[in-house]
Design a protein around this ligand. Structure first.
Ligand SMILES: NC(=O)c1ccc[n+]([C@@H]2O[C@H](COP(=O)([O-])OP(=O)(O)OC[C@H]3O[C@@H](n4cnc5c(N)ncnc54)[C@H](OP(=O)(O)O)[C@@H]3O)[C@@H](O)[C@H]2O)c1
Length: 276
């Protein structure tokens, strides 16, 4: 079990589970780079609170995962700050919205923010990771509610808020587990989890005020980040479970990864140039 890090990166750090995870990381990382959609000024209050706990340096990078250019710029900024990364936690996510929204480059917004952005961001940071580094994906058991359809990734045929969220989290989980397979020989570890139900702006948007403290969710993320686990593990309640489709099946996982690869314009996990 690893409980301290030289260099760690956390997305979604400005709210909910990610904000609580930032507190846990701040006392255990020499250099922590936090990311959020808010501007530096909007994030200042959260950052001050995290910095008050910090044992080392804290930097903040703004990113909008709905925009590939913003994602690329953020990854480049992180690379400049951290040539080597021990831990990358992909926490950022958005709820399904009542109406279908399409991003400037034509992707359904939930799919873009919850799957395409984190996949592109991770892909761009992989060269900074090495044997023993870990990538954590905060997924959701909601992926079991409705399976991602590679034939209709942008939900043009049928849209619902919950379906959009479920499918996007399933797509990210499938990509994450494909990355684990591809990175196995490199010694880079990949772990995904559902953090359980926490009362956050994301959950409130879809379900009203339900769930416990985000600190409980952050404790599950912390377990995924620090426990000794086989790479490719998917956790619910800190227990390794078999995910539902499409992530649970190796062939479907590959199909979903190919959809994401085409969209983000980066090599699919397992092809040359990744996960070395
Ligand atoms: N809450 C739950 O019960 C629950 C259950 C299962 C899984 N999860 C997962 O846990 C993770 C954290 O969710 P949460 O409940 O803590 O939600 P939250 O409080 O709403 O926090 C979401 C974080 O993601 C960021 N974010 C949203 N859209 C973004 C974008 N376009 N680009 C960059 N960052 C963006 C948010 O930034 P802003 O605040 O600036 O928008 C915020 O920092 C998500 O991946 C979610 O799917 C949550």
């Amino acid at each position: 079990m690893t409980t301290s890090f030289r260099a760690a990166v956390l997305t979604g750090a400005t709210s909910g589970i990610g904000r609580a995870t930032a507190d846990l990381l701040a006392v255990r990382a020499d250099h922590l780079v936090l990311l959020g959609k808010e501007s530096d000024a909007e994030a200042a209050q959260s950052l001050d609170a995290v910095r008050a706990l910090a044992r080392g340096r804290i930097d903040y990078v703004q990113v909008d995962f709905a925009e590939p250019d913003s994602t690329r710029a953020a990854a480049a900024a992180v690379r400049r700050l951290l040539p080597r990364i021990d831990l990358l936690i992909n926490d950022a996510g958005m709820p399904g919205l009542p109406d279908r929204v399409v991003t400037a480059d034509g992707s359904e917004r939930t799919f873009a923010v919850n799957a395409l952005g984190p996949a592109l961001f991770t892909q761009l940071l992989m060269p900074a990771l090495s044997r023993g580094s870990r990538v954590v994906f905060v997924a959701s058991s909601a992926h079991r509610v409705e399976a991602f359809d590679p034939g209709d990734p942008d939900l043009s045929r049928h849209y619902s808020a919950v379906g959009a969220y479920a499918r996007s989290k399933g797509a990210l989980l499938a990509w994450a587990l494909a990355l684990a397979d591809a990175a196995r020989d490199s010694g880079i570890e990949v772990v995904a989890l559902c953090p359980g139900l926490s009362d956050t702006p994301l959950s409130a948007t879809m379900m009203g005020r339900v769930g416990g403290s985000p600190r409980v969710g952050a404790a599950h993320t912390w377990h995924a980040a620090t426990a000794t686990l086989p790479t490719g593990s998917y956790l619910e309640g800190d227990r390794i479970l078999t995910p539902g489709p499409p992530a649970g099946d190796v062939r479907t996982r590959a199909v979903v990864s190919a959809v994401i690869e085409r969209r983000i314009g980066a090599p699919q996990p397992g092809r040359s140039g990744t996960a070395a």
